[in-house]
Design a protein around this ligand. Sequence first.
Ligand SMILES: Nc1ncnc2c1ncn2[C@@H]1O[C@H](COP(=O)(O)OP(=O)(O)OP(=O)(O)O)[C@@H](O)[C@H]1O
Ligand SMILES: [Mg+2]
Length: 635
Amino acid sequence: MSNDIENTRELKKSFGNTPLSKIYWRDYLEAKNYGSDINSMCEECIQSQIAKYGKRQIECKGLASADMLVDEKLKHLFSDEDMDTAEQLANPYAWANRNIHKKKFTERWYQEMFTRCTSKRLTLRCGRRAGKSYAMALKMLHRAMMTECKILVVTPYEVQAEELMNLILEFVWALNPDYGDYDSIIEKFIKSPTYFMKFKNHSRIRAFTTGASGAGSVRGQAADIIVLDEVDYMSEADFNSILAILADNPNVELWVASTPNGKSQLYRLEELEDYRSFHFPSFVLPHYNDKLDREFKGQFTDIGYVQEVMAEFGEGESSVFQDYFIDKNTTKGLDRKDVIMNRDRYIVVLGGDWNDDKNGTRLLAIAFDKETKQFIIADRRRVSKEGWTQVAAVQEIIEFNRKYNFDYVYLDEGYGVSNIQFIKQYAIDKRGVLPVGHPDLKLSEIVGINFSSKVEVIPVEGGEPIKKDMKTYLVENAVRLLERDVLKFDMEYDRELLAQMNAYVILRKTPTGKPVYGCDDTKTGDHDLDAYMVGLLGWSMENSTFLNHAVTDTLVKLVSREEMRESELVNESIGPGLFATAMNRKSPTRLFNSKINRYNRATFDKNNTQGLLGITRDTNVLAHTRNNKNRRSEF
Ligand SMILES: Nc1ncnc2c1ncn2[C@@H]1O[C@H](COP(=O)(O)OP(=O)(O)OP(=O)(O)O)[C@@H](O)[C@H]1O
Ligand SMILES: [Mg+2]
């Protein structure tokens, strides 16, 4: 039932088409008009089906309650006690309320809606930490205990299956002892080769992951209920093969939950007429408040906030740099000359993208105005010389640097590893030859960025460092700066760069949720943009304190090639977008916080960064000594 999808359109309109992320969360919540009276939920659902399709399309038994089991006319034959038993038999929420210890169960209206809905096809689209897995685990346990059934759980990663199973076990442990204990309820629980739980009443719950092996092993499994968590992080192929099970067994129930990841699997299901879809942003959390919201807004990219917190599919899903922000920050004519004339007022970074003869090497002088705290492109070079591009580019960098005396030079490594090495060697050779302070000498500090390397981000409150793909980090850094309105563009001078930003999209996402970026028309390309993003990354690594928003003491280091190989497997599961997976979930609150902080603009620890030529850089050292032996980068 595509109700929610349409709601969003209507809702946006009612806010004058303000971008979703700019709507105050309380206003958004109010506009969603959830109506927390559970007793009118079914009526509203039926009304909207009729309004839309002329008839009811969703197959269900009405609100889960004793009424499902006891006919109204026969009610008088039953005692209050009987009715209470019937209520608990039918209504997972009443049952949980009665029997699960309050430490483990507190009432939340939106979870009640989902758990008491009896539609055979159910989707639950929620913001992070809203309690999707919890609600599904509760619904599963109740069903498994009250009926004899087979439940098949499928998640993209094992940690998610583990989390669901653990939730079920925690509910069992938290049951009122009079009701029953673990031994009287569960006959068998194994974790390998797949999670499997057998109940004394012969119900079974088995959990599979699609991750490495795909959904192949799921096919052929018998089930009464299929439960999918984080479905938007499954590949389309895996998702399709799970749906194929339904085609053969139309009586199988399907409960699906996820935080949305663009218009993917959830979107597809919500468009179907026979699906009851629930949508709740993280705003529904009892402890959501302005402070938390500010932190989220400050730390996420706009799309990140819209998808992960508002649980909206996102506008212009795949486009990385939103028009709204680009337009807002583009003017006619910027004073570029001032950068040379008032050089001290600026931090000037050279960002460069090495290319072949055809595309030419792109160099951008990006100037950060310390007073207005804004970036402009002060100057640019494009070097393309048949057969000589590399040599010419090296020459150009030296010349360009003499003009601007760059504070930092950051270049992509692509074609450039040996060129970077060459420039550094050149600068080192000039030591003692050129006068101190000569711009050439500083070129020994060039930093090369390998797009396929990793950056390591350490949550502010400690804990395990998180590795993130360089390319993703590089792009997110630029997006965040754009969305903070600090990047300024000149309509004329930056025309090509703007075109490239406009055409820059997420081409697809890997099953691990890693975005693959590119240009949606090949003519435009993205070479200037790469140079721009590399320069901005350099700036962020060197100067994160300048735009210090909220908490920023997260540290980043570049990860060496050896380390990358060692941790490749772990990285595979680092997962989607802005968030880490449940891999390192220990304490939920801490995770909640670390999610906020993790992708903060980072500082860069160059303390132990070895230069390519064995030169140790000792500038701009940030105090961070933890785990020193891992501090080497590949540079
Ligand atoms: N009704 C509730 N009462 C008490 N604790 C709850 C309730 N609902 C959820 N929680 C707790 O809140 C935390 C987040 O819930 P859960 O893991 O189900 O959220 P989620 O939406 O699946 O999160 P994620 O996006 O990280 O997968 C968990 O620690 C869970 O135990
Ligand atoms: Mg979950």
